[in-house]
Design a protein around this ligand. Structure first.
Ligand code: BG6
Ligand code: MG
Length: 226
């Protein structure tokens, strides 16, 4: 019997590379407000909610805007973001992801999504992966953003598994913190330097032997005694 009962995936940066679309939309908004916005700053917004991202951009640019007006700005940014998202298709699924999902399905491991993005269900539909997910917890369903574990704890609970029976795949430092905080096994997808606090780090899902990966993770997971 496997100790791993479920895998919960982050979306942006793990399943699809949407950071580039967030970047152009945020840069357009920032520039309109007279703020310079670089890719380096965009990196810091990974895993950060839409509202918090705007707060940070305004802070970095030293621009003050009343709280009531901030929603209009995030709405505009999202409209521009959606122009890119609506053109996405299955070719934008990151290499290896679909294969891994198939392997998990075959092994009877439950699949969930835990994302800060309110656009998550739409993006999954757009790239044709929606039906793989037994549960989707998105930015609209949580009150606490990552690094708070709420998004993953909800995911585990909706999947009917204990946190310690879940693996979380995350590309953001704060996302790994959230998984660890929730008592899950965290797999960082990206650079060791940024995600070294995860239980295990992979650069991406390309050319991976999924059986070997699952064996390694299975060993790292402590068995749950009833
Ligand atoms: C996260 C992204 O997944 O979702 C962040 O890494 C983004 O960059 C956040 O700000 C919120 O996304 P959305 O789609 O609700 O604006
Ligand atoms: Mg991410």
């Amino acid at each position: 019997m496997l100790n791993i009962k479920a895998c919960i995936f982050d979306l942006d940066g793990v399943i699809v590379d949407t950071a580039k679309y967030h970047f152009v939309a945020w840069r357009r908004l920032a520039n309109e407000l007279g703020i310079d916005f670089t890719e380096k700053e965009n990196e810091k917004l990974k895993g950060v909610s839409r509202a918090e991202s705007l707060n940070l951009i305004l802070e970095w640019g030293g621009v003050k805007i009343e709280n009531e007006k901030r929603e209009q700005l995030t709405d505009r940014k999202n409209e521009w973001y959606l122009e890119h998202i609506q053109k996405m298709n299955e070719e934008e699924i990151l290499p290896g992801v679909k294969l891994l999902l198939d392997v998990l399905k075959e092994k009877g491991i439950k699949i969930g999504l835990g994302s800060a993005s309110k656009n998550a269900p739409m993006i999954l539909k757009q790239v044709g992966l929606f039906d793989y997910f037994e549960t989707i917890v998105d930015g609209g369903q949580v009150t606490n953003s990552k690094p708070h574990p709420e998004v993953f704890l909800k995911g585990a609970s909706y999947l009917g598994v204990l946190p310690a029976q879940c693996i979380v795949f995350e590309d953001a430092e704060k996302g790994v913190d959230a998984a660890l905080g929730g008592g899950m096994l965290a797999v960082g997808v990206g650079e060791e330097e940024v995600l070294g606090h995860a239980h295990y780090v992979i650069p991406d899902f390309k050319n991976l032997d999924y059986d070997v990966l699952l064996e390694i993770l299975e060993e790292k997971m402590s068995p749950i005694k009833n």
